[in-house]
Design a protein around this ligand. Sequence first.
Ligand code: HEC
Ligand code: HEC
Length: 326
Amino acid sequence: MTPAVVIIGSMALFWAAFLGVVVIPTVTMPDRPSDTWRATSAAEERGRRLYIADGCVYCHSQYVRPQDWAEGAQRIARAGDYARQQPPLLGSERTGPDLSQQGGEHPDDWHRAHFTNPRHTSPASVMPSFSFRSAAQIADLTRYVQSLGGKDADLRVARQQHWKGLAVAAYANGPDANVAWIHSKVPEVWRKMPNPYPATEASLARGQRIYELYCVGCHGPSGDGRGTAQPYLDPPPLNFALLRRNLIEGKYIGGVLYYQIMNGITGTAMPYFKTQLESAKIWDVSNYVAYNFIGYVDYPLRTDQIDAAYENAEPPPPKGFVKDQP
Ligand code: HEC
Ligand code: HEC
């Protein structure tokens, strides 16, 4: 091979790559906004600058790929979603969740607690604390993440605000009226759905682990709603002891817990866990909450009381436990 062939060959390779990754995409993907795109406000733009300065992009992508349906994605990214963004913040690391549809996933008070210290709302989080940012800067960052998803995000944010108004008003009516209001949103079929999983020792141990990983920052170690996130949240996290005197039809049904943990309570900081916890884990943590904080479980503690259970019989339940079988 002569030097001329090496030089001309490498130049040809370079320009072929340039044509493939720069020229063709630039020509075929005009800067035309997608159906959900909208212009950003001044506060959102300030938040975007902070997002770049604080290195959020090193942990968060803003690009839902076609293979991300399994992660619970709502919308696959389109070229027009990034129109007029300089630079587009696609990101390549996915240490944290993808944020391209983040707007309206949580209400603002959740973000205030989370940016101050992510462990407040997500006890096992590796995201750094941004408490060195001023309240005004955290507000700008919040406006920015609430805008992600464009017009779709605006609809979700409006829904959060609508329900926030109702949730705050219900909380102001006193603890029992508040619980009654929350329960009035649980569909009839779930109010009657007993827990299909026995609250065995193993289930309660799994439930405790899940509670410590996901719930303790808000509801607190004793379930009284006084986790470290509590000062930031309005309405504050629920004190589970209240549910003892607010039983439904004389008992506390696992399905009521399950429904709320699965879907969250829109307008409050209570997040949905349907994309983070599989069904069995939601029942386990429901068992843990019901057994430890409400003192009532609607399914046997002993697998030998279940027809066709494959597990071995368990020792009898501890004393002082209220049991009711479906
Ligand atoms: C070291 C990696 C890391 C950095 C840097 C980081 N995050 Fe996170 N982020 C995470 C992880 C992990 C989670 C999931 C656990 C949690 O909720 O904290 C998360 C969660 C989030 C969530 C909640 C997502 C959801 O759907 O619940 C938002 C919003 C968020 N981060 C925004 C930001 C912003 C804005 C910045 C920069 C100011 C940032 N993050 C910096 C790792 C990171
Ligand atoms: C970021 C804070 C936060 C986290 C994390 C959180 N919750 Fe909540 N939770 C709340 C708030 C706020 C409410 C509703 C308060 C209100 O409207 O009065 C609530 C309400 C509930 C309710 C409704 C109870 C009822 O019957 O009325 C249940 C059940 C519940 N949470 C369980 C859990 C479980 C289990 C976890 C963990 C898997 C969890 N929560 C994680 C904040 C949180």
